[in-house]
Design a protein around this ligand. Structure first.
Ligand code: HEC
Length: 287
C-alpha cells in the first residue's frame, strides 16, 4: 500500500516538475492566466544582469524584508560571482548593521555581535508565532527558494501536455516561477463588483484564490524605492527587479549550470560528427 502511494506520489511529482515547477491551482477551479515575461536569464544562454540583481536586492530590503525572511542567503553570497556582486566592503558594513547571537562566552552567556559576511540574512521575526501575531495570523513564507516553489498552470486538454512539455524543453523555459512572482507583485487590482474582500485580506488577480493576506508591497507607487543607476523608479521595474533577485537566490548557479549544458551539447555534437565519419570509413569497402 505504502509502495503504491509512494509510486503514485513519485509519478505526480514527476508530472508536476516536468511541467515546469509546482503548478498553482486555483481554489475555485478557475484558470488564472499568467503572462510570460522577458528575462535576461531565460533561454539556453541566459545570464543574470548584475545591476538588476543589485536593484532587486534594494527592493527586497526596503519593501519585503520587514515581513519576509531570506534564510538561505548569506551576506557573502551577495559578493560572489554570478550574483549581484556588490563590493565586499559595502556588504560588510551592511551586515554589521544587523545583530546576531555570538558563540557562548566562557560564562556560557550568549551575547549579541554584529553580523558578518558568513552570516545568513537575519529574519524580521524570531519565529513563526511572532510573525503570525504581527500579521493577522498569516505567515509570510521565506523567500529564498520561492521562485522555484511556484510555477504556472497550463490550461490545456490532457493531449496537449506532451506538446507543451516539448515546447518548454525546446525553448529551455524555466521561468514559470519568475513569471508568477511578477504577476503576483503587479496583480493588486480592485476586486470585481460583488466580490467581498474580508478584513485583513487583499484582492490579487494572480494569487490562486485571489484573496491574499499580503498587502500590496508597492502600494506607495512609483518612486517608493530610490534607484541610483538611472533606471526609472516604477512599480513595474520594482516587481521585475525583485523577481530577478528572487530568481537568483533560488538558483544561484544558473549561469554555471547553463554553461555546462552548452559544453555538453557541444561535446555530443562533435562526438556525433566523428562517429559519422568513422562509420563511413568502416563500411567504405562494403558499399
Ligand atoms: C506587510 C507584510 C508583507 C510585506 C511587506 C510583503 N509580504 Fe509577501 N507575504 C506576506 C504574507 C502575510 C504572505 C502570506 C499570504 C497568504 O498566504 O495569503 C505573503 C506571501 C508572499 C508570497 C507567496 C505567494 C504565494 O503564491 O503563496 C510571495 C511570493 C511574496 N509574499 C513576495 C513578497 C515580495 C517580493 C515582497 C516585497 C516586494 C513582499 N512579499 C512583501 C506579507 C508581506
Amino acid at each position: 500500500m505504502a509502495m503504491v502511494g509512494a509510486k503514485l506520489g513519485a509519478a505526480a511529482f514527476l508530472a508536476i516538475t516536468t511541467l515546469g515547477g509546482a503548478a498553482v491551482w486555483a481554489a475555485s477551479g478557475e484558470h488564472i492566466h499568467i503572462d510570460k515575461q522577458k528575462w535576461t536569464f531565460s533561454g539556453f544562454t541566459g545570464k543574470f544582469d548584475e545591476a538588476q540583481l543589485q536593484r532587486g536586492f534594494k527592493v527586497f530590503t526596503e519593501a519585503c524584508a520587514r515581513c519576509h525572511s531570506m534564510k538561505r542567503v548569506a551576506f557573502r553570497n551577495l559578493v560572489q560571482a554570478g550574483g549581484p556582486q556588490f563590493p565586499e566592503a559595502g556588504v560588510k558594513s551592511l551586515a554589521a548593521k544587523y545583530e546576531v547571537d555570538a558563540e557562548p562566552n566562557d560564562q556560557g552567556k550568549v551575547v549579541k555581535r554584529p553580523a558578518g559576511l558568513v552570516d545568513t540574512i537575519p529574519p524580521p521575526y524570531k519565529n513563526e508565532q511572532e510573525a503570525r501575531a504581527a500579521l493577522n495570523g498569516a505567515l509570510p513564507p521565506d523567500l529564498s527558494l520561492i521562485a522555484r516553489a511556484r510555477g504556472i498552470e497550463y490550461n490545456a486538454p490532457f493531449y496537449m501536455v506532451p506538446v507543451n512539455m516539448a515546447r518548454d524543453i525546446a525553448t529551455a523555459y524555466q521561468e514559470a516561477g519568475s513569471d508568477y512572482l511578477y504577476a503576483l507583485l503587479t496583480g493588486y487590482v480592485d476586486a470585481p463588483a460583488g466580490t467581498k474582500v474580508a478584513d485583513g485580506m487583499n484582492y490579487n488577480k494572480a494569487f490562486p484564490s485571489h484573496m491574499t493576506a499580503m498587502p500590496n508591497p508597492f502600494a506607495g507607487g512609483d518612486g517608493l524605492v530610490k534607484y541610483d543607476d538611472g533606471t526609472p523608479e516604477t512599480v513595474d521595474n520594482y516587481a521585475r527587479d525583485v523577481t530577478a533577485f528572487l530568481s537568483w537566490t533560488a538558483d544561484p548557479r544558473l549561469e554555471e549550470r547553463k554553461w555546462i549544458g552548452l559544453m555538453v551539447m557541444g561535446y555530443l555534437l562533435i562526438t556525433a560528427i566523428l562517429m559519422f565519419f568513422a562509420y563511413k570509413r568502416t563500411w567504405k569497402a562494403v558499399h
